[in-house]
Design a protein around this ligand. Sequence first.
Ligand SMILES: [Zn+2]
Length: 189
Amino acid sequence: MGNPLCERRSAAEWSAGSQVIEIAEKISNFEQLARIIEADLAALDADKIPAAWREAVVTGQLEFGYADAQRTLPTVSCRAKVTVDAVCQRCLEAFRLPLETEADLLLLALEQEADGYDDYEVWELEETLLQPQDIVEEMLIMALPFSAMHTESTACRALVSGTATSDKEMTTPFAALREQMAQDNEGSA
Ligand SMILES: [Zn+2]
């Protein structure tokens, strides 16, 4: 059986069946997100990179439907979460970073407008066919913090010796990586 996450159909088709898709997919199958995480972890010494970071599993659900009774405005509710490995920008050690995203999206074609649906975020369909995985991936990328770090600074203090503050500009935080990816994509399009 095929994986519906990777199927391409029009938004109207997805919504017509009120399709519900359960997500249970390894991070390695999300190419862009995996590239960002890989670039982030590259700041670590090779022996400190968590061996199984690609195995982290994204879980959640996509539920297609409509915003209007006339069924002209396709929507999708997206919930997804995963705990990834990342580099703490304060102490430069690997740590587990929980990512979570939740949104109700209105699936609009380019230049299509819909007023009065403020409960939804607009998702512009750049192509006629929609691959649900792309939505999950972009939502998770947007959920990446600008600067990832241990929630408790005490978790860092246990690791930092107090001398290592000066060479901390070596790492590339998520915000910069994300920007770089966007530029790369524009360049190749
Ligand atoms: Zn830390």
